[in-house]
Design a protein around this ligand. Structure first.
Ligand SMILES: O=C(O)CCC(=O)C(=O)O
Ligand SMILES: [Fe+2]
Length: 257
């Protein structure tokens, strides 16, 4: 029999450990960021002159280059790291003197995790953190999983767990749900994602858990498990996100985008 779905409403060391160990399925903190600031920040993001389309699907736009866009290319990696701090500061500036929800999250993570939390380095260089995504109505994110090692040129990392963190700033009136299959891809499916932007739903069947966050909510889930986003209806979908890396209960957590 399948284990019953369990979601924690609290972000603390215990819920983080349980999420990494797959004893719970998500952490969902309603009202993490104020609704009025969420709306203001979403407008800043959607109106930003540097908002860029993703390479593969241009109905998905983002601020800040994610490591997923590096694609094992040395020039791209160089661009990613050399822009990292400027991008973090540029995004922070949009809502200053308020904190971005991800800056707030980073502080909380450092405080609740016994060994603290810090920016992920790759080849000794600091990573970008805090991708802001705008998804147009009708566009979706195909089922996929996120695993840093797959994106590194040598194919390995010291991480033994990876979480996805999203703050929902502007949800469409309908759709735009987060779908969680709660299962790992097969090695073949994992490999497939090096060249495609997702997996076939037909093969996967229905997701086991569907979450529809409200504006201002924080959601964490296990990024190594298959997940996707349904098309939004009647409005844009704006989020701010990062990943969290785990390498043991007594080790610092790391974050990057
Ligand atoms: O926007 C979402 O709800 C999830 C996006 C996603 O795929 C991720 O954070 O890894
Ligand atoms: Fe993802």
């Amino acid at each position: 029999m399948l284990k019953a779905i369990e979601i924690s409403k609290e972000l603390n060391a215990d819920s983080l450990r349980k999420l990494i160990a797959k004893n719970i399925d998500a952490i969902h903190v309603p009202g993490f960021y104020p609704k009025d600031l969420s709306a203001t920040f979403a407008d800043c993001i959607a109106g930003h002159s540097e908002l860029e389309a993703y390479k593969v699907q241009n109905a998905l736009k983002r601020l800040g280059m994610g490591y997923v866009d590096v694609g094992k290319d040395a020039d791209n990696a160089n661009r990613y790291h050399s822009e990292a701090m400027r991008s973090i500061w540029g995004i922070r500036d949009m809502i200053y003197p308020n904190l971005t929800p991800l800056d707030h999250f980073r502080l909380l993570l450092e405080e609740v995790w016994p060994a603290g939390a810090t920016i992920q380095t790759i080849d000794g260089r600091k990573s970008f953190v805090g991708t802001c995504r705008v998804i147009d109505p009708g566009a979706k994110m195909l089922p996929h999983n996120d695993r840093l090692a797959r994106m590194l040129s040598n194919g390995t990392s010291d991480l033994t767990g990876q979480l996805a963190v999203n703050v929902y700033l502007d949800m469409p009136p309908e759709g735009g749900e987060l779908e969680l299959w709660l299962s790992e891809p097969t090695p073949e499916q994992d490999k497939e994602q090096e060249t495609r932007d997702g997996l076939d739903r037909e093969v996967l069947g229905e997701p086991r858990l569907v979450i529809r966050p409200e504006n201002g909510d924080l959601v964490l889930f296990n990024s190594q498990l298959i997940h996707g986003v349904t098309p939004g209806v009647g409005g844009r979908r704006v989020t701010m996100s990062c990943f969290v890396g785990y390498r043991g209960d007594d080790q610092p957590l790391t974050y990057w985008s």
